[in-house]
Design a protein around this ligand. Structure first.
Ligand code: NI
Length: 171
């Protein structure tokens, strides 16, 4: 498994709609495994393929805490099939927007259909942090970042700081 470089915002690769996967073959499985390795190394609780420069509809998540056994979930072509009426606010972060956080309100529970690591069609019902995380990662597949859910004022402030940090890193 390989730790992949993470694309940092602002970057046009984070703003495009990713293409569906035809089937979960060895290449996609490799990508899923590398994404998990990259996510655990960061460390983070979710990662979407566009964040490692791959424009395909693949996400990985694991919201278990450090002292629990790992419980990775790999999804290709995830689609929401149900959303709860109840909402859940959460202070979100993102490996592509390091050190920035903002409260985002999303449905508290979801049902999602997807292809798993073995190319089997699955449906998962999730709530709480797992539901928030899956929705955050699915947003990435449509070129949406968590800052797109907050006020323009806050979004522009965060993106300005990230642009500045990028320029400093290039010097
Ligand atoms: Ni993210």
């Amino acid at each position: 498994m390989t730790i992949l470089p993470i694309v940092i915002a602002p970057d046009p690769r984070l703003k495009i709609k990713a293409k569906p996967v035809e089937s979960v073959d060895d290449g996609i499985r490799q990508l899923m495994d590398d994404m998990l390795e990259t996510m655990y190394d960061a460390p983070g609780i979710g990662l979407a393929a566009p964040q490692v420069g791959e424009s395909c509809r693949v996400i990985v998540v694991d919201v278990t805490s450090e002292d629990e056994e790992r419980n990775p979930v790999c999804m290709a072509n995830p689609e929401l099939s149900w959303l709860s009426d109840d909402d859940r606010p959460h202070e979100e972060g993102c490996l592509s927007l390091p050190e920035h956080y903002a409260e985002v309100v999303r449905p508290e529970a979801i049902r999602v259909t997807y292809l798993d690591r073995d190319n089997v069609a699955c449906e998962l019902e999730a709530d709480d942090l797992l539901a928030t995380c899956i929705q955050h990662e699915m947003d990435h597949l449509d070129g949406i970042l968590f800052v797109d859910h907050v006020s323009a004022l806050k979004r522009n402030m965060i993106l300005r700081k990230l642009t500045k940090a990028k320029k400093l890193a290039q010097k």
